[in-house]
Design a protein around this ligand. Structure first.
Ligand code: MSP
Length: 640
């Protein structure tokens, strides 16, 4: 007996409510889970939330609530949305669950005993402002700049995972398992990264308290990624190892490098710990060409789209996104797709077919006559081929191609109806058998369609199933069995439109614009600093503020706060180092418009000369919020 097909999504941070990016990953997983069940596999499908760590600690602090209270609130958002989306996960795991804590602490201890986790003392000069250790050269530079007072001697203990030991075993494993990471181009990135050399990984923190305590050493909490990745072990049930793990491209490295290395270390303790079969990295939903992010105010929440039904949203995700690639989202594109494929395409074909069966045969479905002409036989053969090909694409997680194939076929059937002109056949009693053949073919094609689309649009598929006169659950059918010749039931069911055409113009005017400020952050419970002394306009006007566009961004090594950027000011390119690394990732910044203090004297930060400063709001904890600039304002524009 096969073990269950074990499928996972990433577990989501609880510092924000779900947006369509998170929803996409989970929908993709749910479609795969439903597909596998219809292939006859038992499935274990795991999703959940990642609740520890600095991001959550900070988000909670800003609202003056405990991290657990914040997590509970966001988890309710997730579980509510998942049920509205029709998700069929077997467990919603939270990293604050007691059994998960036991998994993490248990493995931490076992890997310590086996020598893969070791404690080391770090001693060195530490920059208070950057919250990071500095190298000797960096320390000299700071001293030369008169900033020696920022440096203190610090000795810190940290637990290391011996990642460096696994460089070679990982490369050997990759070579032996070409299906380990999909798509291939992402696998190549992973290999190149590992070939570049791996350093031991610090897997404990003393700077935060919101985490799972290191067993026997309460000063330390376990690093959030060691904690988070192990959720897949905690939630495995009897299904280990994972057959398929879905991740976004941004977190592939954690899953394709750290995760198998952790598992290899565990395997030495427990040989039953096999490695996952495939990590599938999908691309991102973008807004235009931009990343969707809260700070840009361009986040699309699924609630906005759910008014068209969860089936419609699920279909759109799968039909429009080629797994592995990025895709720009637009409301217009969303509605066009649904109108074309669901209202016109499938909906129209179903209503035409069923109403013809109603009108010409009083609702009785004709059996397949022995004599069929060439055109009908050709459509039948093609239908059988689609039945076989669709599950093959789906097995490769290529639902985009599978749906493309099916919709091509459905379009072809529209042409077939035009060619056969059933309304003409219906007038001639001598053509009764020919009409039966047409109606039977169309009915079979719709029956097959209901089965094939059931993982993607469970509600609509069941609806169609009932309208076709079928009883029971479409989800109980086998998707991989050719059932074209199945005997027909006597009559069709009650006919109703499958999908209401969307009035695009009306919806466009009603659709909420992407939100600017999520409700969760609408009322920050913060004290504000006192107003500074009054100045005259001329004093203010001395500050040359310009619109800039970030072209490149990278973290300054050894600093978790500083980011080095290339900024286009319209009239020149500048290098600017900003202390925004705790709030923004470099990839969040590229392409973003910023306000630059352009006539500020240059200053060296960690050895890099910074020519200007970015304007940002700041909360009491010093966390920056970059000032937003509309897309239409070009680099070089004066801000005044
Ligand atoms: N907590 C970690 C994952 C730990 S897994 C052991 C995390 N959480 S997240 O909430 O930030 O992101 C979860 C997933 O959502 C990631 O796979 C990420 O790629 C995905 N997405 C976030 N924004 C996205 C889009 N705009 N489009 C598609 N997926 C996106 O990372």
């Amino acid at each position: 007996m096969d073990k269950p097909f074990y499928l996972t999504t990433p577990i989501y941070y609880v510092n924000d409510r779900p947006h369509i990016g998170h929803t996409y990953t989970t929908v993709l997983a749910d479609v795969i889970a439903r597909f596998q069940r219809m292939m006859g596999r038992e499935v274990r499908f795991l999703t959940g939330t990642d609740e520890h760590g600095q991001k959550v600690e900070k988000a909670a602090a800003a609202r003056v609530i405990s991290p657990k209270a914040l997590a509970d609130e966001v988890v309710a958002n997730y579980t509510d949305l998942w049920s509205r989306m029709g998700m069929t996960h077997d467990r919603f795991i939270r990293t604050t669950d007691a059994d998960h804590r036991a998994t993490v602490q248990g493995w931490f201890e076992k890997l310590q005993a086996s020598g893969d986790i070791t404690k080391a003392t770090y001693k060195g000069l530490y920059s208070v402002s950057d919250e990071a250790f500095v190298t000797e050269t960096q320390a000299k530079e700071l001293q030369a700049q008169g900033l020696a007072h920022q440096l203190i001697e610090l000795e810190e203990e940290t637990y290391f995972f011996r990642l460096s030991k696994y460089e070679k075993p990982l490369l050997d494993f990759y070579a032996a398992h070409p299906e380990f990471v999909q798509p291939d181009f992402r696998f190549n990135e992973v290999k190149r990264f590992v070939e570049g050399g791996l350093q031991d990984l610090s897997i404990s923190r003393t700077s935060i308290t919101w985490g799972i305590p290191v067993p026997g050493d309460g000063k330390h909490v376990v690093y959030v990624w060691f904690d988070a990745l192990l959720n897949y072990l905690t939630g495995a049930g009897n299904a280990w190892p994972p057959d398929l793990q879905l991740v976004g491209k941004d977190i592939l490295r954690f899953h394709a490098v750290y995760w198998p290395a952790f598992l290899m270390a565990m395997q030495k303790v427990d040989p039953g710990i096999q490695l996952p079969t495939t990590i599938l990295a999908h691309g991102w939903w973008l807004m235009g060409e931009d990343k969707m992010s809260k700070s840009k105010g361009n986040v699309v929440r699924p609630d906005t789209l759910l008014r068209f039904g969860n089936d419609a949203l699920r279909f759109f995700f799968l039909r429009d996104m080629q797994v592995g690639h990025d895709r720009g989202f637009s409301f217009e594109g969303f509605m066009d797709r649904l109108n074309a494929d669901l209202a016109n395409g499938l909906g129209n074909l179903a209503s035409r077919t069923l109403s013809m069966i109603q009108r010409y045969r009083d609702g009785r479905i004709p059996a397949q006559p022995d004599s069929r002409d060439g055109a009908t036989r050709a459509k039948e053969d093609l239908g059988r081929a689609v039945c076989l090909q669709f599950p093959q694409f789906a097995r490769e997680n290529n639902f985009n191609a599978a749906l493309d194939l099916l919709w091509d076929y459905l379009r072809g059937l529209d042409g077939y109806i035009v060619e056969k002109q059933p309304w003409v056949l219906a007038k001639d009693p001598a053509k009764a058998e020919e009409l039966d053949a047409v109606l039977h073919l169309l009915w079979q094609a719709l029956r097959m369609t209901a089965i094939l689309v059931a993982p993607v649009m469970p509600g609509m598929a069941q609806d169609l199933w009932g309208q076709l006169g079928m009883t029971g659950q479409v989800a109980d059918q086998r998707i991989d069995q050719d059932s074209w010749a199945t005997p027909v039931p006597e009559r069709i069911g009650t006919v109703q439109p499958l999908f209401q055409r969307i009035d695009k113009e009306k919806e466009m005017s009603e659709l909420m614009p992407p939100e600017a400020t999520p409700a969760a952050e609408a009322k920050p419970a913060l004290d504000v600093p006192e107003l500074r002394e009054t100045i005259d306009y001329d004093t203010f006007a001395k500050t040359d503020l310009r619109v800039g566009k970030v072209l490149e961004a990278e973290r300054v090594p050894k600093s978790d706060k500083l980011i080095k950027m290339r900024v286009d000011l319209g009239f020149e390119l500048r290098t600017i180092v900003g202390g925004i690394g705790k709030a923004y990732a470099p990839e969040d910044l590229v392409g973003r418009r910023v306000v630059v203090v352009a006539n500020l004297a240059p200053r060296k930060l960690m050895g890099i000369e910074s020519h200007g400063m970015l304007l940002a709001a700041s909360d009491n904890a010093g966390l920056p919020y970059l000032v937003a600039v509309p897309e239409e304002a070009h680099p070089g524009f004066l801000v005044k």
